[in-house]
Design a binder for this molecule. Structure first.
Ligand SMILES: [Zn+2]
Length: 190
């Protein structure tokens, strides 16, 4: 199922923002490696890439500096949050923000988002067993990309994770899984 991709290196695809295309690429899948998916090795020396878990130290630092969690570059006027309808309802996100264009690219690039049957391996996260408020233990059946100007970053020490509290969204784009299991834009936002 994860054989060589007929689509070629991800950099050839026109829908990838230059800042994301400039990231180092995963050799196996040809995907740009977001800074938040680089994890220090437990032994101390090097680091490894894990697309299924987020390095919360890095993601918190980037969010505090108003940098994109996917490309690491400074965010401009608009920032985007991606999550299920529950997160949008509570306006509380467990995943850090990014450039709107990087987040929409991730919807088609990230195998954990793009394909309906994939599930993110949340059990590997620090604080496994605790479902952060505002996040959903299971993969949502649809994603909402909320775009806003501002947000607050709040570290919850007793749980060891950070939550992000966006200002009201200016725009919300909805994406749903079709019958074929692929994520595509939906016409409504509910
Ligand atoms: Zn970005």
């Amino acid at each position: 199922m994860t054989g060589p991709s007929a689509a070629g290196p991800a950099t050839d695809r026109p829908d990838i923002p230059p800042s994301l295309a400039a990231r180092p690429h995963d050799a196996r899948r040809g995907l740009p490696i977001p800074p938040v998916n680089i994890h220090p090795d437990p032994t101390g020396g090097g680091s490894h890439v894990d697309f299924t878990t987020i390095n919360t130290t890095t993601s918190t630092r980037l969010a505090v500096e108003r940098r994109c969690s996917l490309c690491g570059e400074p965010m401009g006027y608009w920032v985007a949050f991606l999550g299920g309808s529950r997160a949008a309802e509570l306006m509380r996100y467990a995943d850090p923000p990014g450039h709107p264009e990087c987040m929409s690219a991730a919807l088609s690039l990230c195998p954990h988002l793009a394909l309906g049957r994939h599930r993110r391996a949340r059990a590997d996260r620090p604080g496994a067993g605790i479902i952060p408020p505002g996040s959903h233990g299971d993969k949502p059946d649809r994603y909402l990309l909320g775009i806003t100007r501002a947000y607050r970053t709040r570290f919850i020490p007793e749980h060891g994770f950070t939550v992000y509290l966006p200002a009201p969204f200016k725009t919300v784009r909805a994406y749903a899984y079709g019958l074929e299991g692929q994520l595509h834009p939906a016409t409504d936002t509910r």
